[in-house]
Design a protein. Structure first.
Length: 726
């Protein structure tokens, strides 16, 4: 059930509306360690069946129908989820228990969830609201927990068995194709493995046309279109993937595992900068290489009284990015390369339940993690007419920088009969950032350490057999990373200037939830209020504040300039999320979601971006708050193996814009218009042997764009997914 609440939270503040839950059969992997936490809080899950039937182009696309999640796309080959008004560095991504966020994740929307191959994902769980107690820094808005397809436990008496499987997708709007082949094999009754590889290619994305600026009715400057008025320039990409996962059963409930996966994305234009607003059509910024390599090993299972549910991971990850901006008319090519190597160790354990009296028991959850980044960065200019290359003294970041973050946590859950649950937890840890001397500005090397703490108090009360009230309090944190402290780069709102004086930000969230469960109806309503202290926000800067050296040229020539600073006062975000699933008969299901979010923070002042006017108000909208939005899905099954249904995604207009939003050409003048997009779905499933899914996307052929995106949604088109296994 993709919307099932397993969550809760403590204490007050608002009220409510409606709810989601997707109901698909979940693939059960025998011998797998159960989820780490038994808390009740706002969360939902996308299963493998959900992914199959939605036929998404990417992992972010797979989340478009989840409650409280709004997906932004800077480019066709990128995607960033917004959760409770937070995105980028304020949403944590975890893959098979390994943290993917590193110290170069950008403050704005980023592309890294896109680097998870949907063809290898078994499920994606979305935790809404602060989650630093369990997961550490960055989890202010929530956490995305992706789980891969893992080998199954061999059948008793097995000698050798194998199962080949093929998946294919086709998307008409961008002539996109994706292929994956895999083989699952078992040897004896203790060892199993999955080996797979894939390839995907997308051409220029065809939309239904341009959206219009609400302020003046003109076409926005981003994206730029071909002569037909519907084909979007600066789109398309190529992807290659490979993976292997092995498991060895030491005992029926204890497994050793090792896995590796590689993601290689090539030639992905930045749609908002290829070509840039007001720029020449042959001016293009492209991510030539977006590579991720992850190798990890671990132990899952029952290790005894103090570690009934255990997950231990030792990991190595490399994030590699190579960018180039080509300007043929001037024979100039500006390039950059960043490499982040991360070594990580994480462990989480859950204890036995200890009886404290009649119908009262206490269960504990404890563990810790540590991750260390090593950073390499370079930049250069090449003159294409002569072939000469001139390296810069520094790259987007400072070569040789490092970043260390980690901590330990403990959480207790007290259950009184089957009616009351009280959970208390805390984390303590530290973050350390090290950077060498800046060769351009001669700024001194720095070595800074921040002690970090997080905590939560949650409770739930089953008022009636079908009605549960939940509430919670959470304190989460985010320490500034190397992108905040040292980066110089061109972003959507303008050129970002580094700031070494930053400190951590903390967010305190209170929330309340109502969950109703009947045999045929599941409904959730969650209301929350978050207060952000010392928030890391963008403040506008003048040309005179640009740094020295070659970086100053790009800074001074930009339409606008910004710098990340700690806000002098608190920012507030509050909202309501609802979800409803109604299943009046086994063959029919309807589910719907609704989310409303409102955010404002202190006016940071500073220089006014080009073409803008100062805002005299002491409090202003927070950047990129998602508009009120929701979804509606129906599904009929018939003749045992067939299904059909339709889906609606909608959003109101978003015209509450921050200073950086108004300077961002991805956001139309006056805000992003609302939309309502209908899809029709149908499919056939013959057990695990044949799975065929077809989606007719954007049935009414409406031009639309999700708020903050640099690319418009696809035109009316067909997407097909096929899976065949033996």
């Amino acid at each position: 059930m993709a919307g099932r609440v397993v969550g809760t939270s403590a204490v007050v503040v608002m009220l409510i509306t409606t709810t989601i839950a997707g109901a698909q059969s979940e693939v059960v992997i025998r011998g797998e360690a159960p989820a780490a936490s038994t808390e009740t809080r706002a969360r939902s899950k996308v299963t493998r069946s959900d992914i199959d039937e939605r036929v998404p182009r990417s992992a972010p696309d797979a989340l478009k129908f989840e409650p409280g999640v709004f997906v932004q796309q800077t480019s066709h080959g990128q995607g960033s989820p917004f959760i409770r008004g937070r995105y980028g560095t304020r949403v944590l991504i975890v893959y098979d228990g390994v943290r993917l966020n590193n110290s170069t994740f950008r403050q704005g929307p980023n592309q890294y969830l896109f680097t998870l191959d949907t063809q290898t994902i078994r499920s994606i769980e979305v935790i809404r609201g602060g989650a630093s107690t369990l997961f550490g820094t960055d989890a202010l808005g929530g956490a995305i927990l992706a789980n891969s397809l893992l080998p199954e436990m061999p059948e008793p008496g097995t000698t050798v068995a194998w199962e080949p499987r093929m998946r294919a997708q086709y998307h008409q709007a961008d002539e996109g194709t994706a292929l994956r082949g895999q083989v699952a094999a078992t040897v004896g009754d203790r060892f199993s493995t999955i080996v797979g590889g894939g390839y995907a290619n997308a051409e220029l994305l065809r939309s239904a046309g341009s959206v219009r600026n609400p302020a003046n009715g003109a076409k926005p400057e981003v994206p730029r279109f071909a002569a037909d008025g519907v084909t979007q320039l600066g789109t398309g990409y190529t992807i290659a993937t490979g993976d292997i996962a092995t498991r060895y059963w030491l005992a029926p409930n204890v497994t050793l595992m090792a896995a590796a996966n590689v993601f290689r994305q090539y030639d992905t234009p930045r749609t908002d900068q290829c070509p840039p607003a007001f720029g020449l059509l042959d001016d293009c910024t492209m991510i030539e290489e977006q590579f991720r390599t992850l190798v990890y090993a671990g132990l899952d299972g029952d290790l005894g009284t103090w570690a009934r549910r255990s997950r231990v991971r030792l990991s190595f990850q490399r994030q590699h990015e190579r960018r180039v901006r080509t300007r043929p008319i001037s024979y100039v090519e500006n390039g950059g390369r960043d490499d982040v190597d991360t070594i990580g160790l994480s462990a989480s354990f859950e204890t036995d339940a200890t009886s404290l009296g009649r119908a009262v028991n206490l269960r504990g959850h404890w563990g810790g993690d540590v991750y260390r980044d090593s950073l390499g960065s370079a930049a250069w200019t090449r003159f294409t007419d002569t072939g000469r290359l001139f390296p810069y003294e520094r790259g987007q970041y400072l070569e040789g920088s490092s970043y260390l973050t980690g901590g330990a946590f403990a959480r207790g859950e007290l259950r009184i009969s089957d009616r009351i649950t009280i959970a208390l937890g805390g984390r303590t840890g530290a973050t350390r950032a090290i950077a060498p001397t800046d060769p351009e500005t001669t700024a001194a090397a720095f070595d800074r350490t921040w002690l970090t703490t997080a905590g939560e108090a949650r409770s739930s009360f089953r008022v009636l057999p079908w009605l549960t009230l939940s509430g919670g309090f959470d304190r989460s944190f985010r320490a500034p990373n190397l992108d905040d402290l040292t980066s110089r780069q061109q972003t959507g709102p303008g050129f970002q200037i580094d700031n070494r004086a930053l400190g951590p930000e903390t967010q305190v969230t209170t929330e309340v939830g109502v969950v109703a469960d009947f045999p045929q109806i599941h409904a959730e309503v969650w209301a929350f209020r978050s207060v952000l202290y010392d928030g890391l926000e963008r403040a506008a800067r003048s040309i005179g504040e640009c740094p020295a050296g070659p970086s100053s040229e790009a800074c001074a020539s930009s339409w606008s300039r910004f710098q990340v600073v700690n806000a002098p006062g608190p920012a507030f975000i509050h909202g309501v999320e609802t979800a409803l699933r109604f299943r009046p008969a086994d063959f029919f299901r309807i589910q719907t979601t609704f989310a409303w979010t409102h955010g404002e923070g202190p006016n940071l002042g500073g220089a006014v971006p080009w073409g803008q006017f100062p805002d005299p108000n002491p409090r202003v909208p927070i950047s990129r708050i998602a508009p009120t939005n929701g979804s509606l899905e129906t599904r009929w099954s018939f003749l045992g193996s067939f299904y059909a249904g339709w889906a609606l995604r909608w959003a109101f207009a978003q015209n509450r814009l921050s200073v950086s939003d108004r300077a961002d050409y991805r956001i139309p003048n006056g805000g992003t218009p609302g939309f309502a997009i209908f899809d029709v779905r149908a499919g056939y499933r013959l057990r695990r042997s044949i799975i065929l899914n077809v989606v007719l996307e954007n049935l009414m052929n409406r031009p639309y764009r999700t708020h903050g995106s640099g690319v418009n949604g696809a035109a009316r088109s067909i997407s097909v997914g096929l899976e065949i296994g033996l």
